[in-house]
Design a protein. Structure first.
Length: 280
């Protein structure tokens, strides 16, 4: 719900006449929208936890997955599609294995497709781990402030391998693979499972995402979404609009920026307002 600053609106009249305790009126960035906030809100634990995506956020592995799937399709005699890479972003292992079989005509059963792709991805990541610039520093910085979780479409083996080789295993209190929940992204299952494992309220959790389906998944889980857009597979504008904050590098993931974004997000939610992603 958006209201003007005019006292003639019902909410504005309430703000000027009803309260018996001090209230603060704040303007939300880039909007003709106000929210009525109690003085104690600044002292509330606005963020209870932070959940990262893996592929495209902490590790530049989308190309690794894409190459492994493409080679599996071609070697098995299937038909690769130019839209396949985008279609499979965020899919769980059972989902993309079935996609290769059904949409790309790979004449293998889904478990065998999964085994071949996973073997190629694991071998490549064992040879070289393409961490995103600033990934370890960002994780360390936020882990000092909040408990961290990981909600990834990667297989469990890939998650464990990446965290072990990067030295980040101990930074994450909970990790969930979408193959361990019923539905992959853009459904909210993997984010809700990660929040439950952390013991935090999804509405007070920040999700760090790069892809359209990942952003939609975290938003469906009612989290505060921070987008770090994937440059090779950029999210669609309608998905990016669901994020509360958009940053171009992991170096911009600072506790104070996340706190400010979460407060604005919660203020909007309290008066039923939407909002566009703002740059850091």
């Amino acid at each position: 719900m958006s209201i003007s600053s005019s006292p003639s609106s019902s909410l504005a009249r309430w703000a000027f006449t009803k309260p018996k305790r001090p209230l603060r009126v704040i303007w939300l960035t880039g909007e003709r929208t106000v929210a009525i906030v109690s003085p104690g809100m600044d002292r509330e634990p606005v963020i209870e936890g932070v959940i990262f995506d893996l592929d495209g956020v902490l590790i530049d592995s989308e190309r690794v997955w894409d190459r492994a799937r493409r080679e599996t399709v071609e070697r098995a005699g299937g038909r690769w599609s130019e839209r396949a890479s985008t279609d499979m972003l965020g899919m769980s292992a059972p989902e993309w294995s079935a996609y290769l079989r059904d949409a790309l005509a790979v004449p293998l059963d889904a478990p065998e497709i999964n085994r071949r792709v996973l073997a190629a991805v694991t071998a490549q990541l064992q040879r070289e781990l393409p961490l995103m610039p600033g990934a370890c520093a960002a994780v360390d910085r936020l882990a000092r402030r909040w408990p961290l979780g990981l909600a990834s479409s990667s297989n469990r083996g890939v998650i464990d391998l990446v965290l072990e080789k990067s030295g980040l295993t101990r930074s994450f209190a909970a990790t969930v693979s979408s193959e361990e929940v019923e539905h992959g992204k853009p459904a909210p299952d993997v984010y809700l499972a990660a929040a439950a494992a952390l013991g935090v309220d999804p509405r007070r959790t920040v999700a760090i995402e790069d892809s359209a389906n990942g952003i939609r998944s975290a938003h469906a889980a009612r989290m505060v979404v921070v987008a770090v857009p994937n440059r090779e597979f950029p999210p669609a504008p309608d998905a990016l609009a669901l994020a509360s904050l958009c940053v171009d590098t992991l170096d911009r993931l600072r506790p104070e920026a996340l706190e400010r974004t979460a407060r604005e997000h919660i203020a909007r939610a309290r008066v039923g307002c939407g909002g566009r992603a703002r740059p850091a």
